[in-house]
Design a protein around this ligand. Structure first.
Ligand SMILES: C[S@@+](CC[C@H](N)C(=O)[O-])C[C@H]1O[C@@H](n2cnc3c(N)ncnc32)[C@H](O)[C@@H]1O
Length: 289
């Protein structure tokens, strides 16, 4: 009987998947009501991969068109700058235009905008809010940027005092920290991976103005007592994903020898989310066998 009880306990522990490692010890008791249960790893997907691809193609396609226009304008601004010798004006106009256009592009493609702002939870730091439009249930709301590590790859130094290391259902880790050693690692991997003229990942999420405004999912906070309004979903980039759109993916493999599709993590809305609401996920998932 004791053996059976021990076995049951072992099974429950094995099936318990915590998304953010340091959070587990201190906060589990606060989250019992909003724990997320899934029946099998593979089914931890509120929306089909095809649906995810569709949204990403739409958003990235719009960003590509926008960037084409902005590039032209930037060239014009640069030539204007050389004539006028007032360096900062042209740069400011360019950056301001780009930020406003980022919002427009996202709003026109998905019907909402999200932004980082101080969290509504005391002492929780920064959170992510819906700042324009409305998010319907079952939509890609954000992306979790960062360096992707296989379960066996070394991440010890990057993970010290780092609350941004996200654990996928299958043990793959995504380091979404935009500072310190994590930032250096991401940048160097991103610069390493080019295919001819094509950049295969975006590193602007490391700055205050990401080119892909959805790539701020690492700042979504954990829900305390009320249920989460978004959840994480693993997404492996399909072979047919257009090469010219990879430049907007905010993830890069730590080792480029790894022969598997690029792992991305997206956040999906679990219910309709209104303008002004903060996004909350659950940092824990229970996988029932
Ligand atoms: C992935 S980060 C989220 C972004 C973080 N808020 C920030 O400003 O950097 C996870 C960390 O956010 C904080 N956090 C997340 N949810 C929280 C909550 N409900 N209450 C208090 N702190 C929270 C904790 O410090 C946690 O280690």
């Amino acid at each position: 009987m004791i053996r059976a009880a021990f076995k049951r306990m072992q099974l429950t522990w094995r099936n318990y998947r915590h998304r953010f490692v340091p959070w587990i010890a201190l906060n589990l008791h606060r989250n019992e009501r909003s724990l997320r249960h899934v029946t099998k790893c593979i089914q931890d997907k509120p929306i089909h991969d095809e649906g995810v691809s569709e949204v990403l193609l739409k958003v990235f396609g719009a960003l590509l068109v926008r960037d084409g226009t902005v590039e032209k304008r930037s060239l014009e601004a640069t030539s204007l700058r050389s004539v006028q010798t007032r360096k900062t004006d042209a740069q400011e106009i360019y950056e301001g235009t780009q930020m406003a256009e980022n919002d427009d592009v996202i709003f026109q493609s998905v019907g909402f905008c999200i932004k980082r702002m101080p969290s509504s939870v005391p002492l929780a730091g920064v959170g992510v809010f819906v700042t324009k439009g409305f998010v319907p249930k079952g939509t890609v709301v954000a992306m979790y940027p960062g360096t992707v590590y296989e379960a066996y790859e070394p991440i010890f130094f990057q993970s010290i005092r780092n609350p941004f290391v996200f654990r996928c259902i299958d043990g793959i880790l995504v380091d979404g920290n935009d500072k310190g050693i994590s930032k250096l690692v991401y940048k160097s991997c991103s610069k390493r991976d080019m295919l001819g003229p094509y950049r295969l990942s975006d590193f602007s999420w490391l700055t205050a103005h990401p080119k892909n405004p959805l790539a701020i999912g690492q700042y979504v906070n954990n829900c305390n007592d009320s249920p989460a309004n978004v959840c994480y979903q693993e997404y492996d980039v399909p072979k047919a994903f257009p090469l010219e759109l990879y430049q907007y993916l905010p993830n890069v493999k730590y080792s480029h020898e790894i022969q598997r599709p690029l792992r991305c993590v997206i956040l999906v809305s679990l219910r309709d989310i209104s303008l002004g609401e903060e996004l909350f996920s659950n940092y824990y998932t229970i996988v029932d066998s």
